[in-house]
Design a protein around this ligand. Sequence first.
Ligand code: ADE
Length: 227
Amino acid sequence: MRIDILTIFPEMFDSPFGHSIIKRAKNKGIVKIFIHNIRDYSLTKNKNVDDYAFGGGAGMVMMIEPIALCIEKLKSERTYDDIIYMSPDGELLNQSIANHLSMYNNLIILCGHYKGIDERVREAYITREISIGDYVLSGGELAAAVLCDSIIRVIPGVLNDETSALSDSFQNDLLSPPVYTRPANYKGMKVPDILLSGNEKEIQKWKMSKAMERTALRRPDLLSDDD
Ligand code: ADE
């Protein structure tokens, strides 16, 4: 899979993409991530990427030209499955969206800033808008990093034990059951006996019942058939 990210703060991706599972996926060649600095596509003398909003109002607006030039160049090189704009106006990210996007070959992700992007970018290029929650971030970069992480970890071959992504919370509309590691007894706080019993069938039953119990308590909405 190839992901092209358009941003005015390329360095913001150094850390999230330089560690752990995303780093491993890149090293294995399963995902290639290219970060494009929108400023490099500005045709103005001072490399501007934003300007005042027509009609007034607080805040600057990201200009269409540099974004359009960057997207046009990428589109001339390959076909993209989606051109995503990270925005609080978008559809709310969930596991099923992440699973779906993980099957794509080529994605563009545009990160906005200031008061947003010129509406004509949306009209001409954006095929999908995604939000990571009902709150406003200073820009789309952190949201794009969250989206990429959620997509990349479910691509087959990224995790060593393939079942480990499938057993994540939300993969079956259930939260995960509690997990424990050594020591079996920490200052009197004991790991449930069943997990030490070696009885695989009973352990699986226990995990499922704990997952159901936790989901019913914390996220009963996940158990309803409405969606
Ligand atoms: N940009 C600013 N806020 C955002 C959010 N909540 N989700 C996605 N992109 C954003």
